[in-house]
Ligand binder design. Structure first.
Ligand code: SF4
Ligand code: SF4
Ligand code: FES
Length: 507
């Protein structure tokens, strides 16, 4: 058995234990010391480029870059001496020589390391008297990123990330010295992780086009939640302002996504305020949609389900649902309705990964569906329900999140079949947050909530149960799918027992 060797060294006089081979910066930061840095990143190889992390180490005549110096037994490191402070001041003076000082219009302001370090360590007045500053052209790096090299500190985090993590050498360093330029071969940075660069860039040199000029970062409310765009379940911050999601950023979790998220998951929030949202409950009367209050819609749904024989009833939910929704769905199907024709997806979810992070399974909670419901009813074999509907064997069909059926390979064809099959079903009810061919063909629609608007849990592809947290509030008259299912089950149980226990609003 190998044992992880640790060593003890000293940071500003305090003894610190660290794994042998750790760099001084990591061990010192973990011990609570303050060391500024630009090029250091815990997930990238040491580069020693920016000289911002200089520290004094006893026995070394010169200051040392703490990001490239490994700790040794008994080493004495000082992070706050006059020499170190002077070095920080001098390094920052060089960085600011050509800087445009445009913080008021820079998207990075408020989370810029150069801005923060300038406040903390730099001279308060410039000694630069040369007049002309070095200037680059702005550059469009394709659909995702925008480049302003005047702000660059040449840390190469962007290039190193693309090479080391993504394996894409499209972004590169051109020229050298004072002319150093970060640019691209071709016309765009198009890899699936390019927007991580906007966070990695410690300054506003590479910024996200999607977030550009949307909001000041200090106005954003950060909600710790998880991405619902595939089975990996990356940990994220959903950042909102005035109840509108403005951006999604990664939240570090070494077990799930380390420091990264993919661009698809990062940008997959536009549907929340899209024109495709379902906002009100409607019911077809003589072919004309009539608007219903939410309470009325849920009551009618209970009546519809109670009125059909269990063997002529179909219930379909997809792994878009949270664990809590799947639990309530199963309870309704098995214990309340005793309906054998219920399923948790149309076909089994895909398995495996597309690359180091993205899952082939585009549903966020297939593992939860398998754990909490997948072995009951028809499991993931919802196709059987579709076939029953096509043959006219169902009187009532309830579908929760049918739009997400399009996530299956060939999903659009499934959606088309499902929509067409509804012509053979007497009453079809859709609970969903997005319109689809299926909602367009249903006889009753009830609006659902997006993953940004509710709390719950989901199991990712590794079987880790993670919390989904509400980042923005839905309109007050809306219910979550879980609440709807509880109300329907309660109403049916009460009806059967001839009692009314739920007169008060459970909200
Ligand atoms: S663009 Fe940003 S990440 Fe890239 S080298 Fe410049 S400062 Fe560093
Ligand atoms: S890899 Fe999957 S879970 Fe992670 S950000 Fe991308 S879509 Fe979301
Ligand atoms: S962080 Fe050490 S040289 Fe850049």
């Amino acid at each position: 058995m190998t044992e992880n060797k640790t060593i003890t060294f000293f940071v500003d006089g305090k003894p610190v234990t660290a794994p042998a081979g750790a760099m001084v910066i990591r061990a010192a930061l973990d011990a609570g010391a303050v060391i500024p840095y630009f090029c250091y990143h815990p997930a990238l190889k040491p580069a020693g480029l920016c000289r911002m992390c200089l520290v004094e180490i006893e026995g070394f005549p010169k200051l040392q870059a703490s990001c490239t110096t490994p700790v040794t037994e008994g080493m004495k490191v000082h992070t706050d001496t006059a020499r170190v402070e002077q070095a920080r001041k001098d390094v920052l003076e060089f960085y600011l020589l050509n800087h445009p000082l445009d913080c008021p219009i820079c998207d990075k302001a408020g989370e810029c390391q150069l801005q923060n370090y300038t406040f903390a360590y730099a001279r308060q007045n410039s000694r630069y008297r040369e007049g002309e500053k070095r200037r680059y052209n702005y550059e469009d790096l394709g659909p995702k990123l925008f480049r302003d090299m005047d702000r660059c500190v040449h840390c190469l985090r962007c290039v190193r990330f693309c090479e080391e993590i993504v394996g894409d050498d499209n972004l590169s360093v051109f020229k050298r010295g004072n002319e150093t330029d970060i640019s691209i071969f071709g016309s765009a940075v198009v890899n699936e992780y390019a927007l991580n660069i906007a966070e990695l860039c410690p300054v506003g040199a590479l910024v996200s086009k999607d977030f550009l000029y949307k909001a000041r970062v200090w106005h954003l409310k950060k909600t710790e939640t998880v991405c619902a765009s595939c089975a990996t379940g990356c940990n994220i911050y959903m950042e909102s302002k005035d109840q509108v999601v403005q951006r999604i950023t990664p939240r570090v979790n070494p077990e799930v996504n380390d420091h990264w998220i993919c661009d698809f998951g990062r940008l997959n929030f536009k549907h929340i305020n899209s024109s495709q949202r379902i906002h009100e409950s409607t019911r077809l009367e003589d072919g004309v949609p009539q608007v219903l209050e939410m309470d009325d819609a849920v009551r009618r749904l209970a009546g519809i389900l109670a009125g059909a024989p269990a063997d002529r009833l179909g219930l379909l939910i997809t792994p878009e649902a949270t664990n809590e929704e799947i639990f309530e769905f199963r309870r309704l199907a098995e214990q309340v309705l005793k309906c054998p024709h219920h399923a948790y997806g149309l076909v089994p979810p895909e398995e495996g990964k597309l690359d180091f992070l993205r899952s082939r399974d585009k549903f966020p909670n297939s593992a939860g569906a398998r754990r909490l419901g997948g072995l009951s009813g028809l499991g993931f074999d919802g196709l059987r329900i579709l076939e029953m509907a096509e043959k006219g064997e169902l009187e009532v069909l309830l579908m929760i999140y049918p739009h997400s059926v399009s996530k299956h390979p060939g999903g659009e064809a499934f959606l088309g079949r499902l929509a067409a099959a509804l012509a053979q079903v007497q009453t079809s009810v859709v609970i969903d947050y997005l319109q689809s061919k299926v909602s367009g063909a249903a006889t009753m629609i009830i609006p659902g909530l997006t993953h940004a608007e509710k709390n719950g849990t989901m199991d990712n592809s590794k079987g880790i149960t993670q919390k989904l947290r509400r980042a923005i509030f839905p309109s007050p008259d809306q219910l979550s799918e879980q609440e709807m299912l509880i109300r329907v089950s309660t109403a049916l149980v009460e009806k059967r027992a001839g009692v009314t226990l739920s007169a008060s609003d459970p909200r």
